[in-house]
Design a protein. Structure first.
Length: 640
């Protein structure tokens, strides 16, 4: 399927750390970067931009005991411009033996720059579709990406798996590595020694076919998919099947597990259908429910969310939860550039965090958010959205602090600002957008859905929290002012100059002597902002953001124990004055009337205005009565 936006690169292999284990989280995020170079060229290959792939048939022959692959890649594509040649990405180490179109051999060359260039028999005009058949074989390169791996497990079993991050697909099959359009559908045929079980995306339309000592397994995946999510695994798997959904709308969960581990992890796998039900209730039904969900155990230290089958090193609930979340956020809708990686990683991190909320309760959810906030605020700078330069840096792309944790907490703040009803409405609309579903999205595609659900602009929010850097530190002062009310004064400093002021609802919790408590939300937009709130008890203490909705640090919330005095809180200025007198009241008091007297007690002026012209009065001292909604007080001023 041709995409709307050019994708620089799409890759997200993801982990979630165990509760209270920041070191494990960092270890897993670092593993995500794997051995990729620190600075990577992620420019779109201009030589592959003149066609759109619509279909692949992938025939692979492998043996887990041998580091080698042979195959036939049959590709149907449509010309986007008149073309006399077509270029595929292919590792130099793979040898192409033939290229055919309609059974006729074509001229081709490998240019030594990881490209296969095929000369077409005649110019293919724009809009015309064609099918090519590429036959190849070879030992995939060992270049740090480990895109194609064979290993012997501790029990002596031979194992093979692929991991096409971020440029690894071309290492084991000729493809369009740029990932600037998704393939509408694929058929994968894996031929391997018959004692092994093979795994790939989608479903098996028919039983494997055994021929001599080999077995061919066919997988069909009927949804759009980028090349990096196409996968292959072969070993002596035990197959453990579960069922998800509620009859009659059920679909299989197919788990491919090392037989030596199956008994030990069946309890862990029991979380899978529960998580699928949770995500369906929160967002929508599993996007690939017409096929399957499942896991395949592999030997690399993390997890990878291949569409319909996540490759997993282990089966903790939170790792399952994170990789599964990517089926919605990363596989169904894939981030449209490295700069928007939070649409994959931040979203999956937050969805997995909501598993704590829904399965373990608020205390566990708050603890997880606390860990994320501590990670984010360990440095005063850093934005969720990447700059062009940062998008070339794999360490920045996969920053656990920013792409994962800050991205996740931005969603938590958005949820707090919008409320649950509007937040989930916006998220569901984003997933259902036919321009994005099974395609690509940028942050600018996500924001309008949340604005529509909210009913107002979120430009200020996205500028502060997504595009710019840092976080606020709050100072909250509260004072009991009587009459069942309290006054809150909010001040803020910013950790980074890119944000002038973080406008955000600010949650506080106040407590009374009788054990009373009340949650108050202060819609803070400016420094020194004063809020008068109804509090039906005398406040004795205050807690800032107890449920951890905000990214912030070094906050203070104090109770002003001085007694509120209406008289001292009303100001008149300037005093002395020659022509104009101003009256400033506390926010709790509304002005009703002002009466000014001369020195012998005669009324000389009466008004209900806060600004009074006294230019016509003679010089001298004037008593005045100020009547307010909260009572009457007496002041004096001097007319010059």
């Amino acid at each position: 399927m041709k995409k709307t936006y050019i994708l620089l690169l799409l890759f997200s292999i993801s982990f979630v750390f165990a509760q209270n284990d920041n070191n494990e989280f960092e270890k897993m995020v670092n593993s995500e970067m794997k051995s990729a170079s620190n600075l990577m060229s992620v420019q779109v290959n201009p030589n592959t931009q003149n066609y759109d792939i619509t279909y692949h048939r992938l025939d692979f022959t492998v043996d887990p005991a041998v580091y080698f692959i042979s195959g036939k890649v049959t590709t149907t594509y449509t010309a986007l411009a008149n073309m006399s040649t077509i270029t595929f990405d292919k590792a130099n180490e793979l040898n192409v033996s033939s290229v055919k179109k309609n059974g006729a051999n074509l001229v081709f060359t490998s240019n030594g720059n990881n490209e296969l260039i095929i000369t077409l028999p005649s110019t293919q005009t724009t809009g015309v579709s064609a099918t090519l058949e590429i036959t190849y074989s070879g030992m995939p390169p060992v270049n740090g990406f480990d895109a194609f791996t064979t290993q012997v497990r501790s029990n002596g079993s031979n194992t093979l798996y692929t991991l096409s991050e971020p440029f690894g697909a071309r290492d084991w099959w000729p493809c369009k590595q740029d990932l600037n359009d998704k393939i509408n559908s694929i058929d994968v045929y894996i031929t391997a020694p018959s004692q092994y079980v093979s795994v790939s995306n989608g479903i098996e339309p028919e039983a494997p076919i055994i021929s001599g000592g080999n077995k061919t397994t066919h997988f069909h995946h009927g949804y759009p998919i980028p090349a990096y999510l196409i996968c292959l695994a072969v070993t002596d798997y035990s197959v453990y099947t579960q069922t998800a959904g509620i009859a009659p709308n059920t679909f299989p969960i197919i788990n491919y597990i090392y037989p030596e581990n199956l008994a030990a992890i069946q309890t862990d796998l029991g979380q899978t259908p529960l998580l699928l039900d949770l995500y369906k209730n929160l967002f929508e039904i599993y996007p690939f429910h017409n096929e399957k969900y499942g896991h395949a155990q592999f030997g690399w230290g993390g997890g990878m969310e291949h569409t319909t089958v996540s490759f997993m090193v282990g089966f903790s609930r939170q790792l399952i939860a994170h990789e599964m979340a990517h089926q919605w956020f990363g596989d169904k809708i894939t981030c449209g550039s490295w700069k928007d990686i939070w649409l994959n990683e931040g979203f999956a991190t937050y969805v997995a965090s909501m598993v704590y909320e829904n399965f373990d309760g608020q205390a566990a959810f708050i603890n997880d958010k606390t860990n994320m906030i501590n990670s984010i605020t360990a440095n005063p700078s850093g934005a969720v959205y990447l700059t062009d330069t940062e998008a070339l840096d794999v360490n920045r792309i996969f920053s656990g602090r920013l792409s994962y944790n800050k991205g996740a907490m931005v969603l938590e703040m958005l949820r707090f600002k919008l409320g649950d009803t509007a937040f989930f409405q916006g998220m569901r609309a984003y997933l259902a957008d036919t321009n994005l579903a099974y395609g690509y999205a940028l942050t600018s595609d996500f924001q309008p859905h949340m604005e529509t659900a909210y009913g107002s602009s979120l430009t200020e929010f996205f500028n502060d929290w997504v595009y710019h850097q840092g976080y606020p530190s709050y100072t909250i002062n509260v004072q009991n002012i009587g009459g069942g009310q309290a006054q809150f004064v909010v001040n803020q400093t910013q950790s980074h100059f890119s944000v002038t002021y973080f406008e955000m609802p600010v949650p506080v919790r106040v407590f009374g002597t009788g054990g009373q408590q009340l949650d108050v939300v202060l819609n803070n937009t400016t420094n020194g902002q004063v809020f008068i709130q109804n509090v039906p008890f005398s406040i004795t203490s205050i807690s800032f953001d107890p449920d951890k909705h905000l990214i912030s640090k070094n906050n203070t919330a104090t109770l002003d124990a001085t007694t509120f005095n209406l008289e001292t809180s009303i100001e008149i200025f300037p005093n002395p004055t020659s022509d104009e007198l101003n009256i400033k009241l506390p926010v709790i008091a509304a002005l009703q009337k002002v009466i000014i007297y001369n020195s012998i007690g005669q009324k000389v002026l009466e008004t209900n205005s806060n600004t009074i012209s006294v230019a016509n009065l003679s010089s001298g001292v004037y008593p005045m009565t100020i009547e307010t909604s909260e009572g009457e007080i007496h002041k004096k001023f001097i007319k010059k």
